[in-house]
Write a protein that binds this ligand. Structure first.
Ligand code: DGL
Length: 266
């Protein structure tokens, strides 16, 4: 048994969707979450900048004695997973992309659409990893850079959000022949209702959920699951935006948690 918390982080509030999956699956597990709300979005920034931001956050989470770290961000996973693992070889670090690719491959999907940030799509990581497992798989990729800022600004349940999804995706869905869609950004499960309403024929895969499925197997196989304990979940952000506070309180209203501002030097 290991009652230490699990560290999660994202550029903002998107990674909360992964924490939500964790609480549903393993309710005893406690969480320290860091949302880099002061510097979001990451998806249009350079790989060097993303690595630098991510490594500050991981150092911080490691200093809090977490038992493992979930990079609840596709962009950071695409740009910095190997680097972060090299920096902290003693802490298990999970990214969201590998588990999603393995699930899609296991399900035998033949035609797969991928939507994500600019950085994730430009890296080509999803296509490369899917094709490494099944060279015949057909992939179709689309960057949707305006979605994360809109979600961070609280437009999740609005008509503007639905219109923006349609603006990006209508031609993409119409002109390509795929029936599965990877939500390759942890913010996107928050708008999956719009995606499902507009394109009900697509089967959606959430990177936020798949990483939790894999890491819970890891915890159980390594005897690292938490028992019932008193720890209170912590949600840290580099800027306490109203939307970060509201979303955290809304999603986790049934759990004991604290929200706090944490700023890095420099
Ligand atoms: N949730 C992050 C991801 O999964 C969003 C990155 C961003 O800030 O652009 O990629």
């Amino acid at each position: 048994m290991d009652n230490r918390p699990i560290g999660f982080f994202d550029s903002g509030l998107g990674g909360l969707t992964s924490v939500l999956e964790l609480h549903e699956k393993l309710p005893h597990e406690k969480v320290i979450y860091f949302g880099d709300t002061a510097r979001t979005p990451y998806g249009s920034k350079s790989p060097e900048t993303i690595r630098q931001f991510a490594s500050q956050i991981v150092d911080y989470l490691v200093s809090k004695n977490v038992k493992m770290i979930i990079i609840a961000c596709n962009t950071v996973t695409a740009m910095a997973l190997d680097y972060l693992r090299q920096c902290h070889p003693d802490v298990p670090i999970y990214g969201v992309i590998g588990p999603t690719v393995r699930k899609v491959s296991k399900d035998g999907c033949a035609k797969v659409g991928i939507i994500a940030t600019k950085a994730t799509i430009s890296s080509g990581v999803y296509s490369k990893k899917l094709k490494a497992i099944n060279p015949d798989i057909e992939t179709y990729s689309l960057a949707c850079p305006a979605l994360v800022p809109l979600i961070e600004e609280g437009f999740t349940h609005t008509e503007i959000m639905e219109k923006t999804v349609a603006y990006y995706m209508d031609d993409f869905v119409r002109n390509n022949d795929f029936d599965n869609l990877i939500l390759g950004c942890t913010h996107y499960p928050l708008i999956s209702e719009h995606i499902h309403k507009l394109y009900p024929e697509l089967r959606l895969y959430s990177s936020s959920a798949e990483v939790v499925n894999e890491m819970s197997d890891y915890l159980s196989e390594n005897d690292m699951l938490a028992g019932a304990n008193e720890y209170i979940d912590r949600y840290y952000a580099s800027d306490l935006s109203d939307n970060f506070i509201n979303m955290t309180e809304l999603l986790f209203k049934d759990r004991d948690s604290k929200i706090k501002l944490v700023k890095f030097e420099g």
